[in-house]
Design a protein around this ligand. Structure first.
Ligand SMILES: Nc1ncnc2c1ncn2[C@@H]1O[C@H](COP(=O)(O)OP(=O)(O)OP(=O)(O)O)[C@@H](O)[C@H]1O
Ligand SMILES: [Mg+2]
Length: 137
């Protein structure tokens, strides 16, 4: 989904994700995925506005694979995301720390177009039937 680089991008992105996860019957991931999308889109919008100016766009993509739900947020700025050192967390840079905490893994890739994609992967939680049974139950 393409979104204009505006503060409203995060809200539209969360709504899009909630709907898609419901279609995939993965509602239990919605809370974490929505938070991650919020942080990644907020960063992407700021980067897009500072590098490409107003009227620029960011891109949100959700993919479902056997490895889980992949969130991909692209923006036109080549600068890579720079997570703050853990000791600085009280000050700023909480966004990427939250992304790291809520996802299985995250990273970024440069795009041929000059921008980049920041991604995070969420593993689907085991369903009740697949959860290991308590030995005494
Ligand atoms: N999409 C991006 N493009 C360019 N730089 C980015 C991007 N995302 C993050 N960064 C860089 O990484 C830094 C850390 O990002 P992070 O989201 O952790 O913190 P923040 O956005 O500065 O603050 P917070 O998210 O806590 O409001 C940012 O300050 C920015 O310099
Ligand atoms: Mg941030």
């Amino acid at each position: 989904m393409k979104l204009p680089a505006l503060p409203s991008a995060a809200r539209f992105g969360r709504r899009f994700a909630r709907r898609q996860l419901r279609l995939w019957e993965l509602d239990e991931l919605a809370e974490d995925v929505e938070l991650v999308i919020s942080e990644l889109l907020t960063n992407a919008v700021r980067a897009a506005l500072s590098s490409a100016g107003p009227l620029s766009q960011v891109l949100l993509r959700l993919r479902l694979t056997p490895a889980g739900v992949h969130v991909e947020v692209s923006d036109p700025d080549p600068t890579p995301p720079a997570p703050a050192a853990p000791t600085d967390l009280a000050e700023a840079g909480r966004g990427l720390a939250l992304v790291a905490a809520l996802s299985e893994e995250w990273g970024y890739e440069r795009l041929a177009t000059g921008g980049k994609t920041v991604w995070a992967r969420h593993a689907p939680r085991p369903t009740r039937a697949e959860r290991p049974r308590h030995p005494l139950s």
